[in-house]
Design a protein around this ligand. Structure first.
Ligand code: APR
Length: 411
């Protein structure tokens, strides 16, 4: 018995006669189909084969022309490449890149390849709005491995964004949008403010990298405690206020809308509400802006039920942490961070909540707090003036002053 290879097929003309018990490799069968060669089995012993190639010789240099074992000098078969043979220089990725026209789509970066970061990167890539998404994590190999794995799903999901991974912040060079998720998640029993010390030093280091390698980027901060980390990022990068935005309001609003929908009053997407103030105890969900299918929410649900839902939305992060025992929420946070960046690229006219610098809006001065905004390609396009009630304005002002006190405390 012998093995019939593609090379044997290529040497044949018209018909290739093989022994009855010979093994025909799938590649040989493919090649025979391509060349129109018929493979026939006979009762005769296998035809003599050339001696095997010495595989102990030196491996080819990286980037050198491919070595094809037993191949004739004629044109190489497409089948050989499909089956993982060496790729000719013209088809190697680096050379393709050099030859490709510049991709006009923006580039995104995600710092921290943990639960939130990895999911955010994938969500961004899946839109195909970006030329590349670069994932960076301090743990060697983590971002590169995840990026490779995600990239393998491109043909299945049908996206064209390239996903790269690195342990170096310099890989973010040229990024237009950066999502910061680096840090430690909250552990059970740990308050958001407990995290300030740990995550403060991580975020400061990361922000220095952003300033150096992606000085024109728009930064979305996800790391908690959110308001403090957004403030630190803004201070360290020195970027203008519209280019440093905290992600919290989108998540808190989404949680509230989903919880309202759980009552059965409407589908989640038919509930509209906006969570302002802080990503924590001072969250403010103005009922003057909350609707179900366009009708005031207060007409659809009793006040005590709405209050209970507001409270549950406010504590949702802790509720998830308690159930998980290890780590914190990431599906909805990642979806929210990605939604903000996508809105920027699409110049969506949607009003959404984000932690931004207010310079006079809602009577607030020099505070970073959750406010309604419209986002655009360069970050915050405008802070939207909603017709809040007097008590809602007061609650917002209280939230802003608590945040300002925490930021002062942080130093
Ligand atoms: N540079 C880059 N990456 C870092 C750095 C750093 N200096 N320090 C830590 N990281 C990485 C960790 O290696 C880890 O992979 O950040 C990642 C954080 O991932 P997880 O621990 O899985 O945390 P995650 O659930 O993603 O939450 C990240 O988002 O929602 C917030 O409260 C959450 O602050 C937390 C952040």
């Amino acid at each position: 018995m012998s093995v019939v290879t593609a090379a044997d097929v290529e040497k044949a003309s018209g018909v290739l006669t093989v022994g009855q018990r010979d093994v025909i490799t799938p590649l040989a069968a493919d090649r025979a189909k391509e060349l129109g060669i018929k493979i026939e089995r006979s009762s005769q012993p296998s035809p003599a084969k050339p001696p095997p190639v010495d595989l102990s010789s030196k491996p080819p240099r990286r980037g050198a022309a491919p070595v094809v074992l037993n191949a004739p000098t004629s044109t190489l078969s497409g089948a050989l490449y499909r089956r993982g043979a060496g790729v000719p220089p013209a088809l190697q990725v680096d050379n393709l890149d050099a030859a490709a026209p510049a991709d006009p789509r923006p580039a995104a970066g995600v710092i921290g390849a943990g639960h939130v970061g990895a999911m955010t990167a994938l969500r961004l890539a899946e839109t195909s709005l970006f030329s590349r998404v670069t994932l960076v994590d301090i743990v060697p190999g983590l971002a590169a491995g995840l990026a490779l794995d995600m990239g393998h799903s491109a043909s299945l999901r049908g996206f064209t964004t390239r996903i790269e991974g690195s342990a170096e912040l310099s890989a973010l060079a040229g990024a237009d949008y950066i999502v910061v998720t680096a840090g430690r998640p909250r552990q059970p029993g740990m308050s958001r403010t407990d995290l300030t010390g740990v995550n403060g030093s991580i975020v400061t280091a990361v922000a220095q990298g952003i300033r150096l390698y992606a000085p024109d980027s728009v930064v979305v901060v996800v790391t908690n405690p959110l308001e403090e980390m957004t403030h630190l990022t803004a201070r360290t990068t020195g970027f203008p206020p519209q280019r440093v935005i905290g992600m919290a309001g989108v998540l808190d609003s989404a949680r509230f809308c989903s919880l309202v929908a759980l009552t059965g009053v409407a589908r989640p997407q038919d509930v509209s509400a906006i969570a302002l103030g802080s990503h924590g105890p001072e969250m403010v969900i103005p009922m003057s802006q909350a609707t179900v299918n366009g009708r005031p929410l207060e007409e659809a649900l009793p006040a005590d039920q709405i209050d209970a839902i507001v409270e549950r939305a406010r504590d949702s992060g802790a509720e998830v942490v308690k159930l998980l025992q290890k780590g914190s929420a990431y599906f909805a946070p990642a979806e929210s961070a990605a939604a903000m960046v996508i809105d920027m690229v699409r110049e969506s006219s949607r009003v959404q909540a984000a932690c931004v610098q207010s310079s006079g809006a809602y009577g607030l001065e020099d505070t970073r707090v959750g406010l309604p905004v419209r986002l655009g390609r360069r970050g915050v396009r405008e802070i939207v003036a909603l017709a809040l009630t007097a008590s809602e304005r007061t609650a917002l002002a209280k939230a802003a002053s608590s945040i300002a006190a925490r930021v002062r405390e942080m130093g």
